[in-house]
Design a protein around this ligand. Structure first.
Ligand SMILES: [Zn+2]
Length: 384
């Protein structure tokens, strides 16, 4: 069956806890091939990581090209005995479909596929431009053998995405309340302060890094990084731990360290942000304190899809089905949209996120039906 509920159920029945595929991509491959898509299954790996299955499927060879992106991997079920209905049963009870991945995000993928199949059936099996699916099995864990590599693979084939809809559970309370159009970037680091080890009774022969790291923490925390931007709240630097590791009470330690994370908006990128914080640190250290920041590598840059024709057509499709005008939000954690945004404008719109990653993850069947109608509305407007 090609409806969203059946496809969601078939996907949920594959226990595809990262990095396992457990047949999930095969469910999509069969439906896509039957509808005339050219389907590629691509496996990526690198030393020290598990090989991951991914899927790219396209129909049509002209522009405009809209892509539906998503992930079929899920987080573990947790205590399976605590579930009201089997964690991988896909059972429908009292109007809800239960199972790990129902909202995050097998349900979202199923709705987009059901909408595309309907659209093709109503248009002689061909879109006016191109439609593709960009589906990974590596989102919930380290996200290195998934979307980031699949996008490179697609680009190397000379294919260009014009717009992308990522079906992550973007809504907060009810279907239609929120489209995610961007995310803050993330950058972690460790502040390292060097002193000179010595006996507490002879402090003049030592240099204590503990008071110094305290001063630097205060200095770096207190000065705002910015005051927000048109679409984002202010960036924030947050210290998360202070570590001296000293077990003796009569020894001045040689070094103190403090970890922090910065969530930053579109006033910065990784390079300018690091330079700004390094400069503030140098100022706070003066000529006396010896300190540095060890910056961690990060692939989580800030991105935003500006309001325009693409967001407008999504808003209009959502309003038509739900009667709600969604907020264009940049809040929340990271997703694969951060990778897609380097290739084309991307919006995230899917189911309601309330039960994701919980026991009894579930979605109202009526939301699956409405989300399918919304995606269909997006396609109708996109190719109008
Ligand atoms: Zn997800």
């Amino acid at each position: 069956m090609n409806d969203a509920v059946s496809i969601t159920r078939d996907l949920v029945r594959c226990p595809s806890v990262t990095p396992a595929d457990a047949g999930a991509l095969g469910v999509l491959e069969n439906l896509l091939k039957a509808a005339g898509f050219e389907v590629h299954r691509v496996t990526f790996g690198e030393p020290g990581t598990a090989d991951i299955d991914n899927l790219y499927a396209r129909i049509g060879d002209s522009a405009p090209h809209i892509s539906f992106a998503g992930h079929t991997d899920v987080v573990p079920a947790g205590d399976e005995a605590a579930w009201s209905h089997g964690a991988f049963s896909g059972e429908v009870r009292d109007g809800f479909l239960y199972g790990r991945g129902a909202v995050d995000m097998k349900g979202g993928i199923a709705c987009s596929l059901a909408a595309v199949l309907q659209y093709l059936a109503d248009h002689g099996g061909k879109p006016k431009g191109s439609i593709s699916f960009l589906i990974t099995g590596d989102e919930e864990d380290i996200s290195v053998n998934g979307t980031i590599k699949l996008l490179q693979w697609v680009a190397a084939r000379g294919e260009k995405l014009d717009h992308c809809v990522l079906g992550e559970p973007s809504n907060v309370e009810v279907l239609g309340d929120c489209i995610k159009v961007g995310r803050r970037g993330s950058q972690s680091g460790t502040l390292v302060v060097d002193g000179v080890q010595g006996h507490v009774a002879y402090p003049h022969r030592a240099a204590n890094p503990v008071p110094d790291i305290s001063r630097l923490i205060v200095a770096l925390s207190e000065e705002p990084l910015d005051h927000g931007s048109a679409q984002f709240q202010a960036s924030n630097l947050e210290f998360t731990s202070v570590d001296v590791g000293n077990t003796a009470s009569n020894v001045i330690p040689a070094q103190a360290r403090a970890k922090f994370n910065i969530r930053f908006n579109d006033n910065h990128n990784h390079e300018t942000l690091r330079a700004l914080v390094d400069e503030r640190l140098a100022k706070a250290c003066g000529n006396r304190i010896r300190a540095r920041i060890d910056w961690q590598p990060s692939n989580s840059n800030v991105f935003v899809t500006k309001p325009g024709a693409f967001t407008d057509l999504a808003v209009s499709a959502i309003e038509e089905v739900t009667g709600r005008k969604p907020e264009l939000s940049t809040s929340g954690g990271t997703s694969d949209a951060r990778f897609i945004s380097s290739y084309c404008p991307v919006i995230e719109f899917g189911l309601v996120g309330q039960t994701m990653h919980q026991v009894d993850e579930r979605t109202p069947v009526s939301d699956l039906e409405k989300l399918t109608k919304i995606y269909r509305g997006v396609l109708d407007r996109y190719f109008a």
